[in-house]
Every structure is written in structure tokens, then in C-alpha cells.
Write a protein that binds this ligand. Structure first.
Ligand code: AMP
Length: 115
């Protein structure tokens, strides 16, 4: 309840919001790692991809997946291409315990994994 993204959802912290619907909120990452770096989060309090995929309703899952696709499409990233990333748990280097999908775009990306 007290993590940064829960607080952004409650509008207790500012964010550069680009999209919102019933199931999801999308906003700019505060420390962008690409020309465009957005975060898309579900509105429900799910700590990770694991938690979300196990507990969320069909409607929440469909709504969230559609929102990620919509945000990328609206950002003009379909033709050039983009990258999605959902860090999960310790080995995944997840820092904020509210599920978020990173959406990176605006340049050519290289190999999959860097330390
Ligand atoms: P992760 O390591 O996948 O948990 O990523 C957390 C991300 O949240 C990082 O890319 C941070 O730059 C980003 N972040 C942290 N605080 C904020 C904030 N207040 N607004 C937007 N993005 C944030």
C-alpha cells in the first residue's frame, strides 16, 4: 500500500501520466533508460507478474494486456518496434513491489540481457 506506484495510483505522488483506464495507468519512468520509457501498471494491488498472473481476474488480465498494447500503439511504436520488460523478484531486480511493465522505444536496442 505504501510503495511508490500505489501512491501514484492514489495521486499522492506526481507522475507524467500518459494513459489511464479502468484497469491500468501508464506514466513516464522518472529515470528513463531509452528515448521513450514508460511504465504501465495495473490498478489492482498486485506485487509482481507472479502475483498478477496467479490472482488477477480474467478481466483485469485482459484489460492490463490490452492497455500495454494500446499505450505502445498510441506512442507510435508499433512500426519501429519496442521492448517490454517486467522485472520480477530478486534475480529480476524488481525494485518497486507493484507490478509494472517497462515499455522502451525510440531507438534500436541490442542484445537481450545486460548486467
Ligand atoms: P524495477 O527495477 O523494474 O522495479 O523498476 C522500477 C522503476 O521505477 C525504475 O525504472 C525507476 O526509475 C522507476 N521509478 C521509481 N520511482 C518513480 C517515480 N516516482 N515515478 C516514475 N518512475 C519511478
Amino acid at each position: 500500500d505504501t510503495n511508490i506506484f500505489a501512491r501514484i495510483l492514489r495521486r499522492e505522488l506526481p507522475a507524467r501520466i500518459v494513459y489511464e483506464d479502468e484497469h491500468a495507468l501508464a506514466f513516464h519512468d522518472i529515470n528513463p533508460q531509452a528515448p521513450l520509457h514508460l511504465l504501465v501498471i495495473p490498478k489492482g494491488a498486485y506485487v509482481s507478474w507472479d502475483d498478477f498472473s496467479a490472482r488477477a481476474s480474467e478481466a483485469e488480465i485482459a484489460g492490463f494486456v490490452r492497455a500495454v498494447g494500446h499505450v505502445a500503439r498510441e506512442a507510435g511504436l508499433v512500426a519501429p518496434g519496442y521492448r517490454l520488460l517486467a522485472n520480477t523478484g530478486g534475480h529480476g531486480h524488481q525494485e518497486v513491489p507493484h507490478l509494472h511493465v517497462h515499455l522502451f522505444g525510440g531507438r534500436q536496442f541490442g542484445a537481450m540481457l545486460v548486467d
